[in-house]
Design a protein around this ligand. Structure first.
Ligand code: BGC
Length: 715
């Protein structure tokens, strides 16, 4: 199963479908809006790193000028699904090649019938190249007119980001457009070149911000006419002369066929590294492949100055900002199947170290406190206020930017895991170690000695479960901080043995005095952990004293418990958005035996807002349930994650892909059902736990440069 399909056009579901049918190539992504455009659509193309200032959300990816724009006139009548009659409609996204195809048989209001086939892809071999083809087969004799444009009349839900620089025509069949973001001053150039089956020179319309080429072709009944639009795109982030680059890329392809052949091969190469197949469960298989496709089209292959946002490049949600979602949920997929991409993502964090140090310093701490929401340069860009659920005219305070300190350990965790999996010592010495050490330094300085408890703690934080803010000693935070401090010590020892010059350099630049290192050890050894007799870990100080909830009593519901209780009041209940303790147990793996995991799973699972809480939780819960041998529950969690976007379970898939969930889905397959366990000495084992209806699960991973394929059946 490789195809995501739909066979009716439902304008009510446009936003959801635009997200699902997003295409991309790791440089940019384009939502699946239709070429001719519809009212209420949420049409967008986002390029990595092209941020511009915005009120409230600080900065956002600027919706780039539209390269899809194509109007078609059949003997003077404009093709539009909003009028005439749709005789047949089908759309399919081929995950194997990254091509989105739409086939429509349409009757115009005056009764002219034609079949139109639209195809588009973002080239994976040349990430500055986009391709669109339209084939029209009329059932009448007459004129087919194509109006192909580059359209900078685009906005980010009302906010305009582009100013006009220049536009024009070149070599008869090419037109171009240059625009610049208003505040960040990023130049973007697009060049489109048309190839038509019957090719008189197209006319050029010089409408400001919408350079358009008009191509008219005569056709007989049953004869197919074709228009191909190649678009080159480049920004001043890529080159000193974006226009020259865009023109050059648009001019390159010889034909649609040759560009498509290269595309097919490039995607085959991608899938060879990471393909997953599940015999016996088509829904699960297509959902996994869809998830991996979404990650692959958003993965920066040639840029280490960007990360992947929580909604990838597929929607306006979270404005392109990156969260812990990248390191904890998405990164493992890349670390174990495409280390070159993982390295780019981690280098992005390395480049943000100076902003992270400033953030720590401004709050009175040392070391690196990474931004909860991170964009162009790693400054904190979490909005401070957002509209309240209950009354959109009122504002609610967002605390994550001030209180979510676990992000620093998450980044360190991702860096360390990458190093362990790849053995990339060169990178770890040059960049990774510093991420781990400076995050540890932050946790050492942020810890407070709590005299009455006799341990070090972190007061006034927010953990992954964001239904509770301003809490003390969040279990996830404390456990990951402890891991970070211990791992930093081990990192220093390793550096001293294997890269003594770097060890001395970091000792000096990070000011790792003996007193500071002693504090690292002390905090790690004496950190407050609320562990109860049966291994049950209290999510934070006082959590068990909160009002208990029976979530079943609130069913059926269509809202999150946060919305039902209200932002403030949710703090008084034991309902959680995602299970912090289980997350930590998953990440720290070997530290917990089955009994400790079971005690916590049984406590937190029924108190978790699975469907409307965080989309990050279900995949991880699937892994935990697998560890306990509870495959049925594992499948229930897994399928919940698998449906998040494809079925739009939360009703917000229109804002973009739930990227952390897609990464979690891969982890659930490999580390949950596949039961992959890795050991430091390159050894690995699988302890599969397949759902009963799965006949065979096959997946691939790379460990220390070697690719392995695992195939497991019921026996
Ligand atoms: C979740 C966070 C997550 C963010 C972005 C929030 O709703 O609670 O854990 O990082 O979404 O996906």
């Amino acid at each position: 199963m490789w195809k995501i399909t739909e066979n009716i056009f439902d304008p009510q579901k446009q936003h959801h479908k635009e997200t699902i049918f997003t295409i991309g190539n790791g440089y940019l992504c384009t939502r699946g809006a239709l070429e001719e455009g519809y009212p209420g659509e949420s049409r967008a193309t986002f390029l990595h790193g092209v941020f511009d200032d915005a009120p409230i959300v600080v900065t956002e990816l600027a919706n780039a000028p539209d390269w899809l724009a194509l109007q078609i006139l059949l003997d003077g009548e404009k093709f539009s699904l909003a009028c005439g009659t749709i005789l047949d409609f089908q759309r399919e996204l081929d995950l194997q090649t990254g091509v989105l195809t739409r086939r429509v048989r349409w009757q115009s209001p005056s009764g002219k019938i034609a079949t139109l086939v639209f195809e588009r892809f973002a080239s994976l071999t040349d990430e500055h190249l986009l391709a669109l083809r339209c084939q029209v087969t009329p059932e009448f004799e007459g004129e087919i007119e194509f109006r192909a444009a580059l359209n900078a009349h685009v906005d980010n839900q009302g906010l305009l980001h582009w100013t006009f620089v220049e536009q024009g025509r070149k070599n008869g069949t090419t037109a171009y457009l240059r625009t610049r973001t208003r505040k960040s001053g990023i130049d973007l150039a697009l060049a489109m070149r048309l190839l038509a089956s019957d090719s008189p020179q197209p006319d050029y319309w010089d409408a400001e911000l919408v350079p358009t080429l008009k191509q008219v072709v005569r056709a007989r009944a049953g004869e197919t006419v074709t228009l191909t639009k190649f678009v080159g795109v480049a920004a001043s982030r890529d080159t000193d002369d974006p226009l020259a680059m865009a023109l050059e890329r648009a001019a390159k392809p010889v034909s649609w066929e040759s560009a498509f052949e290269a595309q097919k091969q490039a995607w085959a190469e991608e899938w060879r590294r990471c393909e997953v197949s599940i015999e016996g469960d088509e829904e699960a298989e297509i959902a996994v492949r869809f998830s991996l496709f979404q990650l692959l089209i958003a993965a920066p292959r040639h840029d280490h100055r960007v990360s992947i946002g929580a909604k990838t490049l597929s929607g306006f949600g979270y404005r392109g900002h990156a969260f812990w979602d990248t390191e904890i949920f998405m990164l493992p997929f890349f670390t174990y199947t495409a280390p070159h991409i993982a390295r780019n993502l981690l280098d992005y964090r390395y480049l943000t170290l100076s902003a992270a140090r400033d953030k720590a310093r401004q709050a009175g701490y040392q070391g690196a406190w990474f931004a909860w929401e991170s964009a162009a340069n790693g400054e904190e860009v979490t909005p401070t206020w957002v509209p309240d659920f209950h009354d959109r005219k009122k504002l609610a305070r967002v605390w994550t930017g001030d209180l979510a300190i676990h992000i620093s350990a998450d980044v360190a965790y991702g860096a360390y895991q990458y190093w362990q999996a790849t053995g990339d010592d060169e990178w770890f010495i040059a960049h990774g170690a510093e991420l781990v050490l400076d995050a540890a330094q932050f946790f050492a300085s942020r810890a407070e000695w709590l005299e009455e408890r006799g341990c070090y703690g972190y007061r006034d934080v927010i953990g992954p479960d964001e239904y509770h803010d301003h809490v003390d000693n969040n279990a996830y935070t404390n456990l990951l901080a402890k891991w970070n401090l211990e791992t930093a010590r081990a990192t220093l020892d390793w550096l001293e043995q294997n890269a003594p010059v770097k060890a001395r350099e970091l000792n000096r630049t990070l000011d790792l005095t003996p007193e500071r290192l002693a504090k690292w050890r002390d905090v790690a050894e004496k950190i407050c952990l609320n562990i109860h007799s049966n291994g049950l870990i209290e999510q934070f100080d006082g959590f068990f004293a909160l009002k208990d909830v029976n979530l079943a009593e609130y069913e059926p519901r269509t809202k999150s418990m946060h919305e039902i209780f209200g932002i403030e009041a949710a703090n008084d209940y034991q309902a959680i958005k995602q299970p912090d303790v289980l997350m930590a147990q998953y990440l720290l793996g070997d530290a917990y035996d089955e009994d400790a995991i079971r005690a916590n799973y049984e406590y937190y699972n029924p108190r978790t807002d699975h469907t409307y809480g965080s989309s990050l939780g279900p995949a991880i819960q699937a892994i935990i349930a697998c560890r306990m041998g509870n495959v049925e529950s594992a499948y229930e969690h897994f399928i919940r994650a698998a449906r998040a976007d494809l079925r739009d379970v939360r009703g917000n898939a229109g804002d973009g892909i739930h990227a952390a969930s897609t990464g979690g889905i891969w982890q659930a397959i490999v580390f949950g059902f596949g039961g992959l366990r890795l050991y430091p000495d390159r050894r690995w084992e699988v302890h599969p736990r397949l759902p009963r209806h799965w006949k065979k699960l096959t997946f691939r991973f790379i460990l220390r440069g070697e690719q392995h394929t695992v195939s497991v059946g019921q026996n």
